[in-house]
Design a protein. Structure first.
Length: 211
């Protein structure tokens, strides 16, 4: 019987959980600030445009076919129903309970999340470094996002936004990213690739833009 690994990572991966017993492995740290700024400022973006384009779900079908299991089909269905606003709301409710301001969906941060989730899915791996060696700071810059602050959480194998967010909350380092006081924007993406071991690949990017 095939198995799917569940792993959550922050800015650096130390250990990957093995198959069989689903033991999440957790490690995270915040990305460094961009050069030339110390105080966060809101990125000037069109709210309607950002909201419309700031969520991403993709199913990648391999030419080799997918793992034939009802469980995989179920995961695919749940991933297909992914709504970025659901993840945004869950994170903002959590932040509000801690006395923190909400995060807005931002198209450029979602593009950065999308690029990394696609790359992880293509290579069936968990890392904060892209296959080209890029880190979150470089990927954010590629989208044109000029930041004061940037951070990233990654998860693989989780079926729903609630599941991956709960995992991040239970990890001190990931939780620190969720509760960054100076962050005011986010982007989130999930890619479902059924023939892989991980199957679902989540990326959350949080930031504060420099207008």
């Amino acid at each position: 019987m095939s198995c799917m690994r569940i792993v959550i990572a922050g800015f650096a991966v130390i250990h990957l959980g093995g198959c069989g017993i689903s033991m999440p492995s957790l490690s995270a740290s915040m990305g460094s600030q961009d050069v030339g700024s110390t105080r966060p400022q809101k990125l000037d973006a069109n709210p309607k445009q950002a909201a419309a384009s700031s969520g991403f779900w993709e199913k990648i079908q391999s030419p080799f076919g997918k793992k034939g299991s009802g469980a995989s089909d179920e995961i695919g269905l749940m991933a297909a129903k992914f709504n970025p606003a659901e993840a945004q709301n869950a994170i903002n409710v959590y932040r509000a309970k801690k006395g923190l301001g909400p995060l807005k969906l931002n198209a450029k941060l979602t593009q950065a999340a999308k690029m990394h989730a696609q790359d992880l899915a293509k290579n069936d791996r968990i890392s904060h470094f892209g296959s080209d060696g890029s880190d979150i700071e470089e990927r954010a810059r590629r989208t044109g996002y000029v930041f004061n602050l940037i951070a990233e959480n990654v998860g693989t194998g989780q079926r729903t936004p609630a599941e991956v967010i709960k995992g991040w909350q239970q990890s001190p380092s990931h939780n620190e990213n969720l509760l960054l006081a100076d962050a005011d924007e986010m982007g989130v993406a999930v890619v479902y690739r059924p023939e892989t071991e991980f199957q679902t690949f989540w990326t959350l990017v949080l930031g504060s833009g420099r207008g």
